[in-house]
Design a protein around this ligand. Sequence first.
Ligand SMILES: *[C@@H]1O[C@H](CO)[C@@H](O)[C@H](O)[C@H]1NC(C)=O
Ligand SMILES: *[C@@H]1O[C@H](CO)[C@@H](O)[C@H](O)[C@H]1NC(C)=O
Ligand SMILES: *[C@@H]1O[C@H](CO)[C@@H](O)[C@H](O)[C@H]1NC(C)=O
Ligand SMILES: *[C@@H]1O[C@H](CO)[C@@H](O)[C@H](O)[C@H]1NC(C)=O
Ligand SMILES: *[C@@H]1O[C@H](CO)[C@@H](O)[C@H](O)[C@H]1NC(C)=O
Ligand SMILES: *[C@@H]1O[C@H](CO)[C@@H](O)[C@H](O)[C@H]1NC(C)=O
Ligand SMILES: *[C@@H]1O[C@H](CO)[C@@H](O)[C@H](O)[C@H]1NC(C)=O
Ligand SMILES: *[C@@H]1O[C@H](CO)[C@@H](O)[C@H](O)[C@H]1NC(C)=O
Ligand SMILES: *[C@@H]1O[C@H](CO)[C@@H](O)[C@H](O)[C@H]1NC(C)=O
Ligand SMILES: *[C@@H]1O[C@H](CO)[C@@H](O)[C@H](O)[C@H]1NC(C)=O
Ligand SMILES: *[C@@H]1O[C@H](CO)[C@@H](O)[C@H](O)[C@H]1NC(C)=O
Ligand SMILES: *[C@@H]1O[C@H](CO)[C@@H](O)[C@H](O)[C@H]1NC(C)=O
Length: 554
Amino acid sequence: MTIASLLAIGAIAFAVVRAQGSAPVPTGVPIAGNYTGALRPQIHFSPPEHFMNDPNGMFIDAEGTYHLYYQYNPTDIVAGNQHWGHATSKDLYHWENQQIAIFPDTPEEGIFSGSAVVDVNNTSGFFPNQTNGVVAIYTLNTPQEETQEIAYSTDGGYTFTKYSGNPVISINSTQFRDPKVIWHAPTSKWVMVVSYAQEFTIGIFTSSNLKQWTHASNFTNQGLLGLQYECPNMVTIPMNGTNELMYVLMISINPGAPQGGSITQYFPGSFNGTHFTAVDNAARIADFGKDNYAGQFFYGTPDGQPPIFIAWASNWEYSQVVPTGPLENWRSAMSLPRVNTLANITRTGYDLVSLPYDLSTVYDTQIAKNSSLGNGTLLLDYSTVASGAVYFEANVTGIPTINTTGTLNFTFTSSTTGESLRGGFFFGGDTPFWLDRGKIGGFDNPFFTDKFSTNNIISNGKFQLQGVIDRSIFEVFLDGGIRSAIATFFPEGPLDQLAISAGDLNPGVKVSVNVWGLKSAWAAEANSNGTVTGNSTTAGNSTASRRGIYGKLE
Ligand SMILES: *[C@@H]1O[C@H](CO)[C@@H](O)[C@H](O)[C@H]1NC(C)=O
Ligand SMILES: *[C@@H]1O[C@H](CO)[C@@H](O)[C@H](O)[C@H]1NC(C)=O
Ligand SMILES: *[C@@H]1O[C@H](CO)[C@@H](O)[C@H](O)[C@H]1NC(C)=O
Ligand SMILES: *[C@@H]1O[C@H](CO)[C@@H](O)[C@H](O)[C@H]1NC(C)=O
Ligand SMILES: *[C@@H]1O[C@H](CO)[C@@H](O)[C@H](O)[C@H]1NC(C)=O
Ligand SMILES: *[C@@H]1O[C@H](CO)[C@@H](O)[C@H](O)[C@H]1NC(C)=O
Ligand SMILES: *[C@@H]1O[C@H](CO)[C@@H](O)[C@H](O)[C@H]1NC(C)=O
Ligand SMILES: *[C@@H]1O[C@H](CO)[C@@H](O)[C@H](O)[C@H]1NC(C)=O
Ligand SMILES: *[C@@H]1O[C@H](CO)[C@@H](O)[C@H](O)[C@H]1NC(C)=O
Ligand SMILES: *[C@@H]1O[C@H](CO)[C@@H](O)[C@H](O)[C@H]1NC(C)=O
Ligand SMILES: *[C@@H]1O[C@H](CO)[C@@H](O)[C@H](O)[C@H]1NC(C)=O
Ligand SMILES: *[C@@H]1O[C@H](CO)[C@@H](O)[C@H](O)[C@H]1NC(C)=O
């Protein structure tokens, strides 16, 4: 990247940079986005323009602002020319786009995935006068090598300076990437997990200053291998019902997931400062769909509280060819922010329980309620919900364990095209929950799997179904998040009708249903011609004078 020119337009100074290809990449100001299109998610994060993949650098700062960086090609709608895009949020739904945070220095370079930490104690020496210094740890990709590098930010994570002593880890490999760093207080060390991608190995490195790293151990050939290990995370998660905090190592694999392409597996276990030991050698997968990859946990959420996770809601099998709005020129969304605990529910001993982070800031009005659906159908026209985004839940109680019968289905339909997204539950089956995106017409591809299912989890005669539909992305949570799935879908007409129906229930089984319309988080930010401009205050401002998402000075 060479800075070709420095322009001053009005009060906003920005440099136009010519990167790979010839399209300019703006610095110093966010890229503006049009979030109105029919396929644009309204409560999920998606980039203002162009192509996004893995979430990166996720951390929460001392003021309670969540920072989300992401793999970003600012010049095309396929992967390449990797930068770190950036957005911030107070509630994980209303995101404010920020200027691009980290840029490659030459057309051959890519700033690949990585993480960020707040160096409160100035262990790095970059921050003699502050407790809010941010260090990003990422992979620099070149045709010759993948090395781990660091960059530091004295303005709270908005702009970064690359460390002059880079790289901080170099092993002469082209397949060594995705460092995720946490602080391990018992040993007073930073701990990095990083992937030797094609050797099916997660390396654990430790450091006291983020600059010098020591290899501590390897976690090798565990669980599903696919053809590469990527994007490891190590995190502490509370075990439900106990006071225990367990370590969980999460590893994304791509290609070669059981459903094809990309997916994420997790290993519950323990960590003693140098070695991660899994409770067993089983692979556990938290998602029964195929749009949940490269997820990351926020650094800095309080110890002992359920950590918050965001994944890239796509799959490399089709991420670069799915439809995008003709005028909008963007591709890919993140998953909902999810709160995670572990629980011992199924026979496997450890289940990652994942639920949407508090949706209350995007709730609009309740649009349907039926506390005694019985063998009936709730029909709902939600075309008046401007966002097209809806949350629904159904509770089923009194399910017998013997001679169980009955079904509960939901169908979202487009009144203009007749396309539908459907799913449902067979209470009597061993593999009772199914999801079908095959009746949506806007995208057909041999890898875009239509149908998904998962096994029986009915316990105590109860079943709970929760779902969020958001124009082109659907997330479903079963029995309080014990099972979940993300499914992207690309309709030709907007889905605007919902039917929830139950039938053939055993006597005494009760079904209650609630449906809420959701408010668009992006419309709240758009200017009068519908454009979301993001944070246009100049770089380097203190967070104190930064303009917040609601236009107020924070
Ligand atoms: C935003 O996109 C919509 C739908 O594609 C289009 O109708 C509208 O004109 C666009 N708005 C602007 C400001 O470009
Ligand atoms: C930190 O503060 C000291 C004393 O005020 C000053 O000399 C020094 O330049 C400051 N360092 C940085 C990096 O701001
Ligand atoms: C790095 O690896 C390449 C490819 O394996 C090899 O040709 C080269 O000699 C290595 N360089 C060093 C400095 O070890
Ligand atoms: C910062 O220092 C305090 C006091 O020594 C220590 O308890 C804490 O773990 C340190 N945290 C980080 C992130 O360095
Ligand atoms: C860790 O794994 C990497 C990748 O396979 C290998 O190069 C390295 O030698 C291993 N280190 C140790 C100590 O086993
Ligand atoms: C968590 O534990 C509590 C009490 O032990 C129990 O009521 C609840 O159902 C459990 N939740 C999950 C998801 O296991
Ligand atoms: C951590 O665990 C490894 C593997 O079990 C062991 O070799 C090492 O001694 C342990 N370290 C500490 C500090 O207990
Ligand atoms: C999970 O619960 C079962 C049944 O109560 C028990 O036998 C098993 O030991 C538990 N597993 C763990 C990991 O706590
Ligand atoms: C279950 O169904 C079988 C066969 O119809 C019947 O014989 C049995 O009594 C039923 N059991 C219960 C508990 O309803
Ligand atoms: C739910 O869908 C399944 C699968 O298509 C079907 O067999 C069942 O009859 C449906 N139930 C209701 C109540 O519509
Ligand atoms: C639902 O229908 C079944 C027969 O298919 C019946 O036994 C049951 O009582 C009905 N439930 C309700 C709540 O009407
Ligand atoms: C379902 O159950 C949950 C948890 O008990 C409750 O918070 C929610 O309001 C119930 N929803 C419906 C539709 O009954």
